[in-house]
Design a protein around this ligand. Structure first.
Ligand SMILES: Cc1cc2nc3c(=O)[nH]c(=O)nc-3n(C[C@H](O)[C@H](O)[C@H](O)COP(=O)(O)O)c2cc1C
Ligand SMILES: Nc1ncnc2c1ncn2[C@@H]1O[C@H](COP(=O)(O)OP(=O)(O)OP(=O)(O)O)[C@@H](O)[C@H]1O
Length: 308
């Protein structure tokens, strides 16, 4: 897959099937759109996701962007789903003020030779959000592309959206998050040295520092699986500042069941299955150990049922 921040100029005979939007999380609704454009590969179209490097809303509010996926993670997932090109267009002032018609003509038609577009009914773009599926449809008649306005995928009565996923993530409702995403929510990082106190209570842990732009579930303890190299381990993970030992940075710390390897320096992916309890300040590490024994038991029981 080609990843680019420039709007690509396709070569002579090449054409494209494009979907447009913010695409934070690549949730099941987004996957529905990706499936539509992937089908057009049979007509020799390049499957293209056109998105922006930060959410337009975030840029306008100047708040730091914390997303469901980092840009690198989104790139990887898009590639796995058969996309040919991911455009992460910088959301510049020029783009912000570009008329919708100009965007379509200059970018989609002239550069990307678009033949097919798939968007949701609420998709808006261009200056003053004047661009709509109806405008795309009109322009398609002039420039020779077709537009599918894809019905929103729902969860019960509610449309699946990145906002919905983020709300559930903020509640720690990992079962719902994972259902809406169609994959298990995860974070990644290199395994770094902690204070090595865990092993003194018989609970060695793998500490990783998540990317600053990754949205995490609330501080607390979760049942997780970790992928390290080509191995998958069950475990329990604490997200937070470890108040018992007063850590200064937000960490993701995992006790891996049935693992006695030296993992320092390796990259890990921690997948969150279920929230267990809030992070608490214990009077001593021994007291924390008592709680961890209970957490481990719950984790093992969870996977016994889950993997049946
Ligand atoms: C599953 C799990 C749950 C934890 N729960 C808490 C907690 O509730 N409160 C807390 O202060 N620390 C908690 N911790 C962090 C421990 O304080 C930490 O593992 C211990 O201090 C060792 O840290 P170290 O790796 O830096 O040596 C938890 C760690 C794990 C792996
Ligand atoms: N549930 C869905 N089913 C089908 N298409 C969707 C769904 N949700 C979003 N889309 C479409 O996917 C594209 C990208 O959506 P986008 O990420 O901008 O919106 P979103 O997921 O609703 O996020 P937010 O909650 O931040 O508005 C748009 O064309 C949008 O209409």
């Amino acid at each position: 897959m080609i990843y680019t921040t420039d709007v690509p100029r396709l070569g002579g005979g090449e054409t494209s099937a494009v979907t447009l939007g913010k695409f934070d999380g690549l949730h099941r609704g987004h996957q529905k759109l990706m499936n539509c454009i992937r089908e057009k590969k049979e007509d020799n179209c390049k499957a293209v996701i056109f998105t922006f490097d930060v959410s337009p809303v975030v840029r306008l509010l100047h708040t730091p962007a914390k997303g469901l996926l980092t840009n690198e993670e989104r790139e990887e997932l898009a590639c796995e789903r058969g996309m040919d090109i991911l455009v992460e267009c910088p959301f510049t002032d020029e783009l912000m003020h570009m008329e919708a018609e100009v965007f379509v003509k200059e970018f989609l038609v002239n550069r990307m030779h678009v033949k097919y577009l798939a968007v949701g009914p609420d998709f808006r773009f261009g200056h003053d959000r004047a661009g709509s599926p109806a405008l795309l449809d009109d322009m398609g008649k002039t420039y020779g592309f077709t537009v599918d306005v894809v019905e929103k995928l729902k969860d019960g009565n509610r449309e699946i959206s990145s906002t919905y996923v983020r709300e559930e993530l903020e509640k720690g409702n990992m079962e719902k998050v994972n259902e809406l995403l169609g994959y298990v929510y995860f974070t990644r990082g290199e395994i770094v040295h902690g204070r090595q106190l865990g092993r003194t209570i018989g609970v060695p842990t793998a500490n990783l520092i998540p990317p600053v732009c990754k949205k995490l579930p609330p501080n607390g303890v979760y049942i997780t699986r970790s992928r390290i190299g080509d191995k998958i381990y069950q475990g329990i993970t604490n997200v937070g500042y470890k108040p018992t030992v007063a850590e200064h940075f937000l960490g993701v710390e995992t006790y891996l069941f049935d693992c006695d390897e030296d993992l320092y320096g390796q990259d890990a992916e921690v997948r969150f299955y279920r929230y267990l309890r809030p992070e608490r300040k214990f009077a001593s590490l021994q007291e924390l150990k008592g709680q961890l024994d209970v957490d481990v038991q719950k984790g093992r029981e969870f996977f016994k049922a889950f993997d049946k």
